[in-house]
Design a protein. Sequence first.
Length: 64
Amino acid sequence: MCGFVGFVDYKKDISNKKNILENMNQTLSKRGPDEQGYYIKEHVALGHKRLIVIDPKGRKTTYG
């Protein structure tokens, strides 16, 4: 399963908090980090890690 992190604060500008979001996203690395992405606006900060799965035959399958 892919992982998502983030936070919302309608009272403050959180667009400069990318370092916090990157640290949060790093906690998902055990899930098999294939790719990651960020969405950051004035009041919303979201992060995503896409899961990569290696099947019993050794083939990689990406979900997300």
